[in-house]
Design a protein around this ligand. Structure first.
Ligand code: ASP
Length: 325
């Protein structure tokens, strides 16, 4: 946080205290740092609906600012006005990007108010519908027979699909040609069209395609099988042979650092209410996501959780020799 922003924050905090600031007093924007129609966007649009009532019926818009694994959108919010009207809904990329990007335009742990966690989302390994492999064992053989010819889509360095794809390639002891997109929504379009072969993506994007039989699904990335009807027959990566494979991603909510405490408290209270919204819970569960209800919804606990994730994924990313400029 720059000196000017620190001064602004101090000034704004005084104004807020003096005027018993009525937050929100205009449209709230939730920045999603990935393409529209993708898994994080789907979480955000359902979430925005659930947040509307606890925020007094205010209008909430979702803005997609995609690119660079989510860091472009995160940077926009890090530098936004300190009034709580511009929020960031980001995922595990919040914790992988500091290890992946040498020149981050913001400081992950210093430039945000941590508002709390929203949900956890498993991932699935999927392929184009005409791939000859119908299950994980056949996929393993097909991959061995086609070394050097297989494409794996992702949503850019630091994205969940990048991380999952990286661990998958490591586990399979192979390297594929990775094709980065601004989100897995455009990546899914190309996977459905057969321009790319495989993708590891969040169930909030894949479950409807799997259910409709539009893609081949090979495994889920969590250590346990999922209970969602569309996904319950899929083996775990561990069962399929990649012992210990366990990737589940999460989403959290953030405001620029220096947003006044009364505003942070109001957003956190609204977040807690939104996470109890029956329709939101139902819609997310149908897509394989699990709403968080424990202490991780606390700003301080969520920050501690992200700190631990930075260390955990930093170790895995360094071991895989991945860096970007
Ligand atoms: N969450 C990203 C999106 O919404 C995808 C990813 O992280 O892989 O497109």
């Amino acid at each position: 946080m720059t000196k000017t922003r620190r001064l602004l924050a101090a000034l704004f905090a005084t104004t807020v205290a003096a005027s018993a600031y009525a937050y929100p007093d205009k449209t709230v924007t939730i920045v999603v740092p990935f393409a529209a129609g993708g898994p994080t966007d789907k979480v955000a649009r359902d979430f925005a609906e659930a947040m509307r009532k606890p925020l007094g019926g205010t209008t909430i818009v979702v803005e997609n600012v995609s690119g660079a694994g989510g860091t472009l959108g995160a940077n926009k919010v890090a530098k936004a006005a300190l009034d709580g009207h511009t929020l960031l809904l980001y995922h595990i990329g919040m914790s992988t990007s500091p290890s992946l990007y040498r020149n981050m335009p913001y400081k992950t742990l210093e430039d945000f108010e941590y508002l709390g966690m929203i949900n956890e989302v498993p991932m699935t390994l999927i392929g184009h519908s005409t791939l000859p492999a119908n299950n994980f064992a056949e996929l393993t053989k097909w991959m061995a027979d086609n070394k050097g010819k297989i494409n794996l889509a992702n949503a850019g360095l630091g994205a969940a699909s990048h991380l999952c794809g990286l661990l998958f390639q490591q586990g399979m002891k192979t390297e594929m040609t990775t094709v980065p997109y601004k989100g897995t929504a455009p990546a899914m379009t190309d996977l459905l069209g057969g321009q790319v072969d495989l993708m590891c993506d969040q169930t909030t994007n894949t479950s409807t395609q799997i259910e409709a039989g539009k893609v081949k699904a090979y495994a889920v990335t969590t250590s346990k099988r999922l209970t969602t009807p569309a996904l319950r027959n899929l083996p775990t990566m561990d069962e399929a042979g990649l012992k210990g494979f366990n990737v589940s991603i999460w989403h959290g909510l953030y405001a620029p650092k220096g947003t006044p405490k009364p505003v942070v408290d109001k957003i956190n209270a609204a977040l807690r209410d939104a996470l109890k919204d029956a329709e939101f819970i139902k819609r997310q569960e149908a897509l394989g996501a699990v709403i968080v209800t424990d202490s991780r919804v606390n700003p301080a606990d969520h920050k501690k959780f992200v700190e631990a994730e930075i260390i955990k994924w930093g170790t895995a990313i360094k071991a895989a020799g991945q860096y970007a400029d």
